[in-house]
Each structure stands twice: as C-alpha cells, then as structure tokens.
Ligand binder design. Sequence first.
Ligand code: ADP
Ligand code: TZD
Length: 585
Amino acid sequence: MSAVLSPVEKHVDEAAVTDGFHLVIDALKLNGIHHIYGLPGIPITDLTRKAQAAGLRVFSFRHEQNAGNAAAIAGFLTAKPGVCLTVSAPGFLNGLSALANATTNCFPMILISGSSEREIVDLQQGDYEEMDQLAIAKPLCKAAFRVLHAEDIGVGIARAIRAALSGRPGGVYLDLPAKLFAQTLDAEAGKRSLIEVVDPAPRQIPAPDAVARALTLLKGAQRPLILLGKGAAYARADDEIRRLVERSGIPYLPMSMAKGLLPDTHELCASAARSFVLPEADVVLLIGARLNWLLSHGKGKTWGGKDAKAWGAQKFIQIDISPTEADSNVRIDAPLVGDVGSCVAALLAGMGADWPQAPSAWVQAVAERRDRNVAKMAETLAKDPKPMNFHSALNVVRGIVKANPDAMLVNEGANALDFTRSIVDMHKPRKRIDVGTWGVMGIGMGFAVAAAVETGQPVIAVEGDSAFGFSGMEVETICRYQLPVCIAILNNNGVYRGTDKNLGGGADVAPTVFVKDARYEMLMQAFGGVGVYATTPAELRQAMEDALRSRRPTLINAIIDETAGTESGRITSLNPQRQAAASKP
Ligand code: ADP
Ligand code: TZD
C-alpha cells in the first residue's frame, strides 16, 4: 500500500473531518450521556468499539430486552434518558418490548437501532435484517425519529432527549441506517451541528386557581389521604413531599416504587392499612400516580363502592405533569397540572401558617388499624417453618434491607413480588424498582445491572424462580462487569408454586411446574460468581451478608415450600376462570 495519502485520507488523518460514528458519540457525551446498554452486531459493532474508545462505558448484554430494561431503569434512576443500542430487525424487536415498557411506566429511554438500507427496505427487496423499524416503533413509544444525514445527528439526538424527558417521560426510538455511520463531515461543521439540550424537562408551574381549588378541597376533608406514585419518586421532590405530609398530618400510601420516598416506618405511613384507608378516605390527593388497575381504577369495592362498578363516593385531587391524565377513570375534582415539585411547593405556599392538621380521629383510626396489622404480620414473620416459606425468607431480606438502607432492591415474580412489597420496608427514596405498571416479568437482571452501574450501590434482587428465568443469562454480564449484585431466588419449583398436576393425566408436568430441585446457584458459579444453596433463614442471611460485604456477584437459591404461594399472587381476581366463576348467577 502506498504511504502517500489521498487528499480525502489526509483530511481524515488530520481529524479535519468527522463521521457518523463520532457525531453520535459526541452528541451523547455533550448531553451528559456516558453509558450505553446494548448488544453489538451489524451495523453498530464499530459504534460500540468507538464509543468505548471515546470514554463511554458500553455494557454488552446477552439479550437486547435486558439491555433495554437496563436503559429504561437507568432513565428512572438518573432522570436522564437511558440509552439502549441494538442491531437491526431482530435486535431491534428484542429491545422494543423494553421501550414499550419504559413508555408505559413513564421512564425516559432512547432505543437507538441500526437499520438496513432505506432503498431496499422501502421497496421490500430483501436486505439483511430488513424491516421498517421506524413504522413499527411508532405506536409503542412517545416519539420516533430517523436520521439520514450525518449533519442531522445532533438534531436527531437532541429531539430524542427532549422527547424522552419533557412532560410525561417515556421511550423514544431513534433509527440510524447503516449508511449514516460512515458519512463524513467537516469536523468544524460537525461540531457546530451538535446540540446541547437546554432545560429538557422544564418546571411546569400549576395555575393559581387550580392550586386554590385543591386547597379548598383538602381543607374541608374529614378523612384525607395522600397517594404517592412512582411519578413522585421520579420527580425528586422528596423534601417538599415530606413537608407536605408532615405539615398537614395526612396519612399517605406509597405505590410500590414510591416506597421509601418517606420511610415506610414513618408514623403517617398507611401501607399496612391499605384496605382500610382506600374505601374510608373522603378526599384523596394523588401525587404522580395513575388511577389504573393497580388502584382498581378509583372505583368499586376497593374504594367503598357497593359493587365493582360503583364510584363517586370520594373526591380526588390529582397532581400530574400530563394534562390529559385527569378523568381517565373517575372524575378528578381538582386537577393540578404541573411537575410534582412545583405543585407540592405551591400547595405548601398556599397552606399558610394556620393550616389545620388532619382530623385526629381519622389519623388515629388509621394508626390503630396499621399497628394491628403490623403486629399480626410480626407474628407470622417470627415463625420458622420447614421448609422456608415466603414470610420466613423475606423476614431475612427485611432485616438486610434495614441494615443496608442505601442498597437497591430489584423485585419480580408473583408471590415473590407481592410478599416482598408488603414485608420489606424501604427506608430511602428510589431504592425499590420492580415490575411496574404492566407487572412484567423479565426486568430483573437488566434492572440489577443498571442499578449497580448508575448508583454504585449494592443491589439485592428478590426473584421468583419463573421471573428469574426471563433474564437469567445476564448473570454472565453481572460477573463480567464484576457488579455487586446479590440475587435471591425464592425457589418454589414453578410459576406461582410447584405443585400443579397435569389435568390430562399425561407424562408432561403441568404448565406451571419446573424441574424439581433446580440448582440455579450453579449458573452463577459457572461464570466465577458465588453460588449458595440455602434452605434455612440462617443460611440465607449469612449468604446475603457475605454478598453485601464482599460486593461479589452472588446467586442464592433459597428453597421455599413448593406449596407456598397463590395463583397469580395478589391479582388472582384478574384470572379469567375466577372472573367466570364470580359472574355466575
Ligand atoms: P404508580 O404505578 O406508582 O401508581 P404511575 O406510573 O401509574 O405510578 O403514574 C406516574 C404518573 O406520574 C404518570 O401519570 C406521569 O405522568 C406522572 N409524572 C411523571 N413524572 C412527573 C413529574 N415530574 N411531575 C408530575 N407528574 C409526573
Ligand atoms: N410473561 C411476562 C412477560 N410477564 C408476565 N407477568 C407473565 C408472563 C405472567 N406471569 C406473572 O404475572 S407472574 C409470573 C408469570 C409467568 C411468574 C410467577 O412465578 P415466580 O414467582 O416463580 O416468578 P412466585 O413467587 O412463585 O409466584
């Protein structure tokens, strides 16, 4: 090869030009995005290499869905869009379920996928991994963009960031065709084309009359209740929320991922009196929580109605950044549109010095009910059945989380989810991350990786044995990056439990049943991590303490009674066969 460089090569050599690869990397860096969660392959392999060379951390996964889930929860944990990078068609589709889940949960995320040649895709001539990805992504995310020219990369990434973060956060798709990466541009022009996004999630101040309406309603309440959702956790208005609760003396109920916003042990926490406060409250202040299925749509028996359809007994105030959220299920008497921090601050400012404390008869009634239920739960937790059940195992986790309040808790499964949520108190904000709005299985290891990476804290992942299987191969990823993740599988040999029978009487086991005595801990040992087989609370505690102390990747196969657990955990009522039985005259 000639040592004499052609004019173009000389240009590149002197770094007077840049290209699509570097513009993507520089645009991300310029906007403070330093982590990429993804899986390499055509056409983005070089992008992952060059990103790493440029100082970004690139976390390579074993399946794109897990990378996508990692990016989504990184978005929730940092309030910056988490970035997932995938190859075209099949890789894109694998990442898409995580993008849809992020959008459903209001997590800011950008799925960047390489794609095939436009000309061939549009004429459907059969390219390698051909697919019209932009069209497919559109209905599943907040916004979708495609960049065809290197000089538009800066705009494309700026639009993606703003769309992911502004208003109600969510998922954004960014389509980067293979040809884009090699396109060159004068380096100076390239630099000028990049955009550092200014104020992507501007404060949204509520209207004064809306604040006054909410305060009037709240002041007249005899049995007020505050409901905190993951939107409140995302908003990072922890101090304002605490002041509102304490200043008003109103009992509050945290949704699953809002646990710890105020400590679950706070005297006004009504978690252990949920089924008492929901039907009894007369005015409910929703803060960053939707009245969706997780709250029985704000109506029916859960809320004091006579039957499943009844509603109207309560008045609702709803703080939400989305102006269309109010009235999505029941009438919202006082919508407060704005960001949680601004809305709660406005309420506090309007309360003045003589604001009355919530009626003491109500607060006492809530406290009595809560204390009674907590005492009952303490009796159950004190038992030591053999084999372990959910309670005796989670009593250990409860103690470990109390002793390590900064550790992150990832949680999925059915019973493993419901029992952990009610038994394990959270002490600090944004420490609990779980199956979210869809109740989706498979978030576990993706969330665990991102939680460790983004927070630097140790991660405890409490997993049903079925739930773990959805992302279990990422234990290799956890070992590869040496992440301080301790996985505790509550193993009852199947989906929900391990005792179902084949109704046809054939040789196959029932659809919900797994291999008995599966040795999940060996999966972790296979990649150099610590695997522990635990049959007693003492063994489980020791293994968890060791994991937290050593920060070594650890998988504890905690053997639970296979008869423990109910079908679908707490949402048995959503099973069609149960609904059919219930609707029989
Ligand atoms: P949960 O499942 O915990 O009940 P949801 O996901 O149903 O919570 O609701 C979260 C709500 O919070 C969404 O309606 C979303 O629009 C809202 N939200 C998200 N971020 C903010 C914010 N910064 N300020 C106000 N509302 C927010
Ligand atoms: N697939 C996906 C993606 N999400 C789901 N929620 C389900 C299937 C259905 N499903 C649940 O809702 S919970 C669950 C499944 C398969 C697993 C429950 O079993 P587990 O937990 O072992 O994880 P428990 O503690 O034994 O109940």
